[in-house]
Design a protein around this ligand. Sequence first.
Ligand SMILES: Cc1cc2nc3c(=O)[nH]c(=O)nc-3n(C[C@H](O)[C@H](O)[C@H](O)COP(=O)(O)OP(=O)(O)OC[C@H]3O[C@@H](n4cnc5c(N)ncnc54)[C@H](O)[C@@H]3O)c2cc1C
Length: 412
Amino acid sequence: MHVVVCGAGYAGVVLTRLLEEDLPADVDLTLVNDRPDHLVQHELHRVIRRPAVADGITIPLEQLTERATVHVGRIDDVDRQERTIRFAGGNDGESEAHTGAKPPDDTLEYDVAAICLGAETAFHGIDGLTEHAIPMKTLSHAESVREQMLAAFEDYARGNSAHLVVGGAGLSGVQVAGELAACCEESNIDLTDDRASVTLLEQTESVAPQFDPPFRRAIRDALESAGVTVRTETAVVKASADTVAVARASGDDPRATDLPADVFVWTGGITGGRALEGQRPVVKRDLRLDDRTFALGDAARVVDADGEAVPASAQAAIRQARTAAENIRRLVAYERDGGLFEPRLAGYSFDSPGWLVSIGDDAVAQVGPSVITGSPALALKATVGAGYLSSVGAIREAVDLVQHELGGQHRC
Ligand SMILES: Cc1cc2nc3c(=O)[nH]c(=O)nc-3n(C[C@H](O)[C@H](O)[C@H](O)COP(=O)(O)OP(=O)(O)OC[C@H]3O[C@@H](n4cnc5c(N)ncnc54)[C@H](O)[C@@H]3O)c2cc1C
């Protein structure tokens, strides 16, 4: 039997590690990813201010796996009828050299597969967005933001402007805006001066709109204290090389105004990748797309056992991996034992212990009904991040993360 995990983000890595423990030794297990390493995406915004963080948040897959075969290659298509995974032409030569991982053939057949391919940035067809905005999904995105931001800072030092704009105030957007504001502070750029700004745009009526009101309010307060201008109910309608056109998201005033933008980061939504034909398919409580294919994490729109839509997040992806691992274990046992009836599968219920975001050197945590800010929240964030890294066997990276998060002053 062959079990294939597609994608080595939070869902894929946690699932693979659980299956390594749970599956009988004669079941082949393969982990496929388009890069040779696992990116700890929820810390990506930190790279804008502290490029050295990049090392600690890219962990070689060989370090995280024991018995699974790692294939580095880009999946182009998952044919669920044929139970076949097809790869895009040409593998990442750098990746193979890095990991020694065996390149995949053109196709890989599976008995059971889990699609954990994450999501891509959605540009919603907004004029000029793909050309002029930088998304925030990969290390090179974070590096591009830093590069453009430093160029804007140099311009500011010459008497010009430094206007930094972020579109979309979900988990990634609020944290990116926080980092940009912290960079301004560390670079002595005065955000009360007309020549400089960090603006966060959100089309709904609140930042972090998927979360509880007290958490949202605390995030907004932390952003504003850091000097970020927060504009809610404001939709991006067009982008050019140095402006972002915005309009009221509600009401009947269609007039757009141009905001100056020396850097424009777009975190305004996600969509499915090419391997899933641009879709994020809906999966329900057992996380199955069909009898032998699972989909979890950001790759799917998960509706849990209570009928609730689950927010796309690292913490949900990790918890879904536990349910998927149990269900794959049951299906494999049924196939191997030649059982009479398909096994009853476990249902996933979204049960969050809380939420945590960093806003520069500040942080906001929701723990149960309570909202915590300041150094206790920052310590909690470092602990949770390090806890995740050590749970997947990345101990050195866990220590580095705590040092970066709590290590005091840094210069941008
Ligand atoms: C800046 C930022 C901050 C965030 N902060 C938080 C936070 O504080 N808390 C929180 O819970 N969430 C946070 N998130 C969201 C969180 O990172 C995502 O929800 C999470 O990464 C989803 O996990 P996943 O395993 O589904 O997908 P991913 O982590 O995106 O992993 C998908 C994997 O599949 C690989 N892949 C994709 N396409 C292919 C292909 N065609 N072929 C082969 N491999 C492929 C990718 O390289 C990747 O390794 C943040 C996100 C960002 C960008």
